[in-house]
Design a protein around this ligand. Structure first.
Ligand SMILES: Nc1nc2c(c(=O)[nH]1)N[C@H]1C(S)=C(S)[C@@H](COP(=O)(O)O)O[C@H]1N2
Ligand SMILES: [Mo]
Length: 425
């Protein structure tokens, strides 16, 4: 065991240099890289093991795959409003996932009146209002337009709102923050369709209407529609899941999820916002003086450590890989820092490549836990220079009645017994 050169500590309470995760880093630091994997040395006397599954041929092929039956415990956390079945949400189990893509079957869901069972052959999208030529599209005609494909996150503006409560809820990373997911979305740029329809000069807004029983409707500024909005048809290479808007949805990168209207059936071009029930009764931000902000679309810069997660138990002192996700509605994540001493000192985390705009970024830090009390935090900075705020700073700036757009730093306390808990630090 010579040559054991663990990266140097760069922040308090055991945070090590991120070198370990940079390209070639694990090789450069030698045995410390192996230790992170916690492999035990093979004992020379152990017989080679021939497990059951090597003794006979395995199962055959299948037309549509399923995950391993040993992974069936990985589930979304489902919650619906009292007295309803389809009105509510389900949260992505962030603590069970790695990388940046959310498997479609685990994408979070938020429905106002359940998932409609739409026959794609009978579904239509109409573009009308302040246009030269009102147009009707079906799935087939839309699919012939030039498609674009982008990896981008979707986040409900109600995400993480449980941390507004006076006492920290004891939940996992996914239960607290799992109203965010990230997919490879493929669809038609909305600007092409609007150009085909011929938008009139006085047009400023669009009303987007969904084909669910809620007929969920939101106003979208024409500027966003002409910028990076898409009519999404595919999610992670396959057709959209019914839960996520099959056969077509509006997708507004970086903006609060609610405005990305699912099961999209109508876009009405307008001079003013339509003031739909969904944007007057909800999705406004009440200020301390009683006024409310409307149309607060972009999602703030945010991050959360997913490993370890709240409600997890650490297996004892040693070297750990702290891993998490960061994202910003304003562009790329430039930097993520991790603290193990409740924000007194910070170590820069390694970011997985590539860093994509308005996508989830995966960060990692190496942490030698000495078995003492610790408070783990992550803090993201985006390419505009915006810094993720502390919980205290966020609540002070917005007042106690604020509900949406919670994006403060998450604190996980690690007890000497290894129990990880949500705390307000
Ligand atoms: N038609 C329709 N669109 C909708 C909704 C809905 O209930 N009906 N929910 C909205 C909300 S609040 C969010 S956060 C996102 C959730 O998208 P997802 O279920 O694909 O994650 O869809 C939005 N679009
Ligand atoms: Mo939402």
């Amino acid at each position: 065991m010579t040559n054991r050169t663990e990266p140097e500590q760069v922040a308090g309470n055991g945070l090590l240099h991120r070198r370990l995760f940079l390209q070639g880093g694990a090789a450069a630091v030698g045995a410390a890289g192996l230790e992170l994997l916690t492999a035990r040395p093979a004992a020379a006397a152990e017989p080679p093991d021939v497990p059951q599954w090597m003794k006979a041929p395995g199962a055959g092929m299948s037309g549509h795959g399923e995950r391993s039956r040993h992974e069936s415990h990985v589930q979304r956390t489902v919650g619906s409003q009292p007295g309803t079945t389809g009105s509510g949400g389900s949260r992505t189990p962030l603590e069970h996932l790695e990388g940046i893509i959310t498997p479609s079957a685990l994408h979070f869901e938020r429905h106002h009146a359940g998932v409609p069972d739409i026959d794609p052959d009978r579904h239509r999208l109409m573009i009308h209002g302040l246009v030269e030529r009102p147009l009707i599209f079906d799935v087939e005609s839309l699919s012939r337009y030039p498609l674009v494909s982008r990896i981008q996150f979707l986040e409900c503006s109600g995400n993480s709102g449980a941390n507004n409560a006076p006492e920290p809820p004891q939940q996992s990373a996914g239960q607290l923050h799992g109203l965010v997911s990230c997919s490879n979305w493929t669809g038609v740029p909305l600007s092409i369709l609007l150009d085909d329809a011929g938008v009139r000069p006085e047009a400023r807004w669009l009303a987007a209407e969904g084909a669910d029983a809620a007929a969920m409707t939101r106003s979208v500024p024409l500027e966003k529609a002409m910028d990076d909005a898409m009519i999404a048809l595919y999610q992670n290479g396959e057709r959209l899941r019914p839960e996520n808007g099959y056969p077509m949805r509006l997708f507004l990168p970086g903006w609060e999820g609610n405005a990305s209207v699912k099961w999209l059936r109508r876009l009405k071009v307008l001079a003013e916002p339509i003031m739909a029930k969904d944007e007057t009764s909800k999705y406004t931000d009440l200020l301390p003086d009683g006024a409310a902000m409307m149309f607060t679309f972009p999602m703030g810069v945010k991050s959360v450590i997913t490993s370890p997660s709240g409600n997890a138990t650490m297996r004892g002192p040693g070297l750990y890989q702290v891993s998490g996700i960061a994202w910003s509605g304003s562009g790329r994540i430039r930097r993520v820092e991790v603290s193990a001493d409740g924000g007194r000192s910070w170590a820069e985390a390694a970011l997985d490549e590539p860093a994509l705009p308005k996508a989830v970024a995966r960060f990692r830090a190496a942490w030698r836990w000495d078995g003492g009390p610790a408070v783990l935090q992550s803090r993201a900075v985006d390419e505009t220079g915006a810094v993720q705020p502390t919980r205290q700073a966020l609540l002070e700036s917005r007042g106690p009645q604020f509900r949406y757009h919670y994006h403060a730093i998450q604190s996980w306390r690690v007890s000497p017994e290894g129990e990880v808990r949500n705390v307000y630090a």
